[in-house]
Design a protein around this ligand. Structure first.
Ligand SMILES: NC(=O)c1ccc[n+]([C@@H]2O[C@H](COP(=O)([O-])OP(=O)(O)OC[C@H]3O[C@@H](n4cnc5c(N)ncnc54)[C@H](O)[C@@H]3O)[C@@H](O)[C@H]2O)c1
Length: 353
């Protein structure tokens, strides 16, 4: 059987991880790569054996033999490229966040419905092995009903600059970049309850702190310390119709002693921590137990999760599995994220109808 031909649009940092995952999948052939930056596209094509290189994604989508695409561009083009790809008859794996606004998200959802093609949102943490283990406990009712989740993703110094810090291209700062992951994973583990209301705060108090010396941090290729239009800290309380709630805080910079990543969920029969390490808390015979699973990876394994995500995407395009992260979940996430920004701007709780 001939291999499924794959196109990758956006050939920057994260595309490398997609490309490595495709490379290790025996069912696919990395066929075409597109980037506004031709040099970058050429280099990736050479490294991964793609025979076609483009700077305009429409040209890539015009190839009838392409079966599926990964969209790894800046957030401001996710909706536009997803819609064009679906209309061209391609299955789509689009990086998180699905897009920048709820309006765009609904347009993408409509395009999915019209095209009958698959769109998987890059909520890669859903595909992590620690998530899969915990999900089995949840699906078997071991933690009861999850009524509270708490997540933090705090960088003391880590505004990557470039497009990340340009609100026009990114849609926002740590909330849309990091918050999207941790809110999503809590919401997914809680069973995706319907969101009822959101209250949040976004602060731009410290800027990007490009003045800091003697402490390194990840910078985008086109870093420019003078440009920063995104928040540096955001927090939120999200309430759901079933009474459950999520509390979250995320930052690109904060006067904190150290970085922090934590994802915790609490149910009426037990609790669990997914990050920094998988742990389960329960009660037996009037005694509280902290249970430590004996597994290879207690934390999120980046490379392994992307491999799983892409294998799952290919399976879903072939009708062998349902995607774990459908477009509808991308839309719901955009509702939550945009409501947090709106609540911060208006100083009010945003209530959904
Ligand atoms: N899932 C994750 O954990 C994860 C991690 C990092 C980034 N991301 C997401 O991946 C996306 C890309 O991030 P990155 O870190 O790779 O950024 P990057 O800046 O390294 O790469 C983005 C590339 O897209 C290209 N590009 C932008 N618009 C384009 C267009 N219209 N057509 C063709 N090429 C275009 C740019 O030239 C650049 O080379 C973002 O949406 C980001 O949120 C996800």
């Amino acid at each position: 059987m001939s291999k499924l031909k794959i196109g990758v649009i956006g050939a920057g940092s994260i595309s490398e991880v997609h490309l490595n995952a495709y490379k290790s999948n025996p069912e696919v052939e990395i066929y075409a790569i597109c980037d506004l930056n031709e040099q970058r596209a050429k280099e990736k094509a050479e490294a991964f054996g793609a025979s076609h290189v483009f700077t305009n994604y429409h040209d890539l989508l015009a190839l009838p033999e392409i079966h599926s695409v990964s969209i790894c561009t800046w957030n401001n083009s996710h909706a536009e490229i997803s819609i064009a790809a679906l209309e061209a008859g391609k299955h789509v794996l689009v990086e998180k966040p699905l897009c920048k606004t709820v309006e765009e998200a609904l347009q993408v959802e409509e395009a999915v419905q019209k095209s009958g093609k698959l769109l998987q949102v890059g909520f890669v943490r859903r595909y992590g092995s620690n998530t899969k283990i915990l999900k089995q406990f949840l699906d078997n009712g071991e933690l009861g009903e999850i009524y509270y989740a708490k997540a933090s993703c705090l960088r003391r110094l880590g505004n990557p600059g470039g497009w990340f810090s340009d609100k026009e291209r990114s849609g926002g700062g740590p909330l849309i970049d990091l918050g999207v992951h941790v809110i999503d994973i809590c919401w997914y583990l809680m069973g995706r309850p319907k969101v009822k209301s959101v209250t949040g705060n976004a602060y731009n108090r410290l800027g990007n702190r490009s003045n800091i010396k003697n402490l390194s941090f990840y910078r985008a290729a086109d870093y420019n310390g003078a440009v920063n239009t995104v928040e540096d800290l955001a927090n939120a309380l999200i309430r759901f119709e079933n009474g459950a709630s999520i509390m979250v805080d995320v930052s690109f910079t904060l006067h904190a002693q150290k970085d922090e990543l934590s994802v915790k969920i609490y149910g009426d029969k037990g609790g669990a921590e997914l990050e920094p390490e998988l742990a389960i808390v329960t009660e037996k015979h009037d005694t509280i137990l902290n249970v430590l699973p004996q597994v290879d990876n207690l934390s999120f394994d980046f490379v392994d999760a992307f491999k799983n995500e892409i294998a799952h995407f290919i399976d879903a395009t072939m009708g062998r599995k349902e995607t774990l992260s459908p477009v509808q979940d991308g839309v719901e996430m955009m509702k939550m994220l945009c409501a947090i920004y709106e609540s911060s701007e208006t100083g009010k709780e945003i209530v959904f109808e």
